[in-house]
Design a protein around this ligand. Structure first.
Ligand SMILES: [Fe+2]
Ligand SMILES: [Fe+2]
Length: 190
């Protein structure tokens, strides 16, 4: 498996962990808006989504889906809708980041609005990953060859993940620790 393909699979696992952490932090924020560090964690998650998945993972997938839909015409509708979902997810992340940043700057945002957009964000992010995992990723190995991966590597390179890569970015230390704690608790209760 080419390192880019491996990284895409790994990213899905990591994005799922990050979304699970977001869900917990959101629950905490709803119960305790003024304390517990939930707001800071939510802002870290939204920042990370904009810094890594949206800057590397989505652009690489966009190139792959464009290639696939040219090569396998029956995949056109699926490829185009996944590319469109990236745009929609990026808009949602951006909107949510604005809302939570406004709260961090002491602006009033109705809780019901915040919860509605956050719910859409979570639901659509998870549904997108699930759709790619089930419908498209299994086709990668069958449809793309070494020259395709080499071409992708030349075009996109490999970007270091600042949260799960070899070097943890300092301002994600808190988020990283929260994800590890959550995973430990889930494996104890699971
Ligand atoms: Fe995607
Ligand atoms: Fe993906």
């Amino acid at each position: 498996m080419h390192p880019i393909e491996r990284q895409l699979y790994l990213d899905h696992l990591h994005i799922t962990q990050v979304l699970r952490c977001f869900e917990r932090a959101l629950e905490g924020y709803r119960n305790q808006p003024d304390g517990g560090g939930h707001l800071a964690l939510i802002l870290d998650v939204l920042d990370y989504i904009e810094v890594y998945p949206q800057r590397w993972h989505h652009p690489v997938e966009d190139r792959i889906y464009t290639l696939l839909l040219r090569r396998v015409p029956t995949l056109s509708a699926l490829g185009l809708s996944l590319i469109a979902e990236h745009k929609r997810l990026e808009q949602l992340t951006n909107e949510l980041n604005h809302l939570f940043s406004a709260i961090a700057n002491d602006s009033m945002v109705p809780m019901s609005h915040l919860m509605r957009i956050s719910g859409e964000f979570l639901e659509e992010q998870l549904a997108h990953l699930e759709r790619e995992n089930r419908q498209l990723f299994p086709l990668l190995a069958r449809t793309l060859g070494d020259p395709d991966w080499q071409q992708l590597e030349r075009e996109c390179g490999l970007l270091q993940d600042p949260l799960f890569g070899d070097r943890l970015r300092q301002d994600y230390e808190n988020l990283h620790a929260s994800i590890l704690t959550l995973d430990r608790n889930l494996s104890l209760t699971g």
